[in-house]
Design a protein. Structure first.
Length: 68
Protein backbone atom coordinates (compact mmCIF):
# COMPACT_ATOMS: atom_id res chain seq x y z
CA UNK A 1 0.00 0.00 0.00
CA UNK A 2 2.68 2.54 0.94
CA UNK A 3 4.66 1.77 -2.23
CA UNK A 4 2.05 3.68 -4.25
CA UNK A 5 2.55 6.94 -2.33
CA UNK A 6 3.91 9.86 -4.35
CA UNK A 7 7.43 10.98 -3.54
CA UNK A 8 6.98 14.70 -4.27
CA UNK A 9 6.45 17.22 -1.49
CA UNK A 10 3.25 19.16 -1.06
CA UNK A 11 2.44 22.37 0.75
CA UNK A 12 -0.78 22.40 2.74
CA UNK A 13 -2.25 25.63 4.03
CA UNK A 14 -4.88 25.53 6.73
CA UNK A 15 -6.51 27.90 9.15
CA UNK A 16 -6.98 26.87 12.77
CA UNK A 17 -8.32 28.70 15.76
CA UNK A 18 -5.88 29.28 18.60
CA UNK A 19 -7.53 26.47 20.57
CA UNK A 20 -7.39 24.08 17.60
CA UNK A 21 -3.71 24.85 17.00
CA UNK A 22 -2.85 24.18 20.65
CA UNK A 23 -4.89 20.96 20.65
CA UNK A 24 -3.22 19.74 17.45
CA UNK A 25 0.20 20.64 18.86
CA UNK A 26 -0.60 18.56 21.95
CA UNK A 27 -1.75 15.64 19.79
CA UNK A 28 1.36 15.54 17.61
CA UNK A 29 3.53 15.91 20.71
CA UNK A 30 1.87 12.93 22.39
CA UNK A 31 1.24 10.55 19.49
CA UNK A 32 3.79 7.78 19.26
CA UNK A 33 4.85 4.62 17.51
CA UNK A 34 2.29 2.40 19.25
CA UNK A 35 -0.57 4.76 18.37
CA UNK A 36 0.42 4.85 14.72
CA UNK A 37 1.09 1.11 14.60
CA UNK A 38 -2.48 0.43 15.74
CA UNK A 39 -3.75 2.41 12.73
CA UNK A 40 -1.20 1.51 10.05
CA UNK A 41 -1.22 -1.36 7.59
CA UNK A 42 2.52 -2.03 7.97
CA UNK A 43 5.75 -0.75 9.51
CA UNK A 44 6.55 1.41 6.48
CA UNK A 45 3.29 3.28 6.93
CA UNK A 46 4.06 3.74 10.63
CA UNK A 47 7.38 5.39 9.73
CA UNK A 48 5.60 7.70 7.28
CA UNK A 49 2.99 8.61 9.89
CA UNK A 50 5.70 9.45 12.43
CA UNK A 51 7.63 11.50 9.87
CA UNK A 52 4.48 13.40 8.94
CA UNK A 53 3.56 14.16 12.55
CA UNK A 54 7.12 15.37 13.14
CA UNK A 55 6.72 17.80 10.24
CA UNK A 56 3.37 19.03 11.56
CA UNK A 57 4.91 19.45 15.02
CA UNK A 58 7.77 21.52 13.55
CA UNK A 59 5.37 23.71 11.54
CA UNK A 60 3.22 24.35 14.61
CA UNK A 61 6.31 25.17 16.67
CA UNK A 62 7.44 27.65 14.00
CA UNK A 63 4.02 29.29 14.27
CA UNK A 64 4.40 29.58 18.05
CA UNK A 65 2.54 26.45 19.12
CA UNK A 66 5.14 24.28 20.86
CA UNK A 67 3.78 22.75 24.05
CA UNK A 68 6.36 21.52 26.54
Amino acid sequence: MTDALPTSLITARLELSDAEAWALAQLVKRIGWADCRALAVDEAEVRLMIQATDRVRAALAAAGYAPR
